[in-house]
Design a protein around this ligand. Sequence first.
Ligand code: SAM
Ligand code: SF4
Length: 348
Amino acid sequence: MDKDGLRMLVNILQQNKDVPAEVWRTLVSHSGVEERENLASMAREGAVERFGNGMYVRALIEIGSYCRNNCNYCGLRCSNRQAQRYRLAKEEILECCRRAAVLGFNTFVLQGGEDPGQSDEWLADVVAAIRAEFPTKAITLSVGERSLETYSMLRHAGANRYLLRHETADDEHYSFLHPHTMSASNRRMCVLDIKAAGFQTGTGMMIGSPGQTVEHLVQDLLFLDKVKPHMIGIGPFIPAAGTPFANEPHGSVDDTLLLISLLRLRFPKALIPATTALETLCDDGIQRAVLAGANVVMPNLTPYEMRCRYTIYDNKINSGCNSEQGLVALSTKLEEIGYHIDFSRGDY
Ligand code: SAM
Ligand code: SF4
């Protein structure tokens, strides 16, 4: 593809019209090293124009590793006997929020498995307690599939944002990645329910999950176009011990970066994180994601002793920002590439 050809395709992404599947297909399957570099630089310019050189930070609190689901790729799946389980109590979660607030964070992200021991009502009570103590902070949830009523209850309790990746928009591929008790249609309905409940809504997919093809990615991009999410989380698949996909190869870092750039070009206002999975696969994963168009980092504020039990995949990086030092390290990484931490809430 020459530069003009690439620019023409990017112009189509930037129009306010549906992007034809063929355009996505060409960009995903025909972008070589040079095209990827050009796409990253266009995406980066767009992000800097809108957000400056600041990277929004969110304090990630992994509230528990129990899960009733059995996703074939995830180390927390219920049938994984190797998984170590924990569940944070309300007061422990509040303590994490307090620590995050002292460090300057303005968004708390509560993520965890679908744990019947942390019921919808319990969760709403925790959210309400955080909201009461921190009236101006943003609260993000990432706790899986719930009913529309529950999403509404959590929204009313004071949560502002909800992340639920659709994982893959292709029904057959979804069935390959999940047990028969879960369905792509329900997952997609949950994403729409989250939006209907009034949340800033995040969705996304793994890159390079077992069985994923270019056509699946094209469907993912078309799905994202339909949902128009406020946040888009994508990261490479990484195998997890004790799962059916333990011996599968991990997803490609370069493909993940390409997708970040394409998403930034298509969704200029979206909040797109540099994910831990990317950082796990390469030391400069955060920096490369930023330079490809990401604008959010989610340092881990989970109590250190628990972090090693939240093993959704192998060798998950354990670095975080429990201390001033952790933030300084992140800040140095960003400064090396001309960026800095932005502590503001960074709403959509
Ligand atoms: N249980 C909630 C859910 O499924 O939405 C939130 C926690 S779940 C661990 C968060 C995300 O982790 C999932 O949406 C999935 O995309 C990602 N994930 C799980 N296993 C993974 C793996 N082996 N490699 C990369 N990402 C993985
Ligand atoms: Fe549970 Fe989420 Fe892991 Fe699936 S991806 S097993 S729902 S924690």
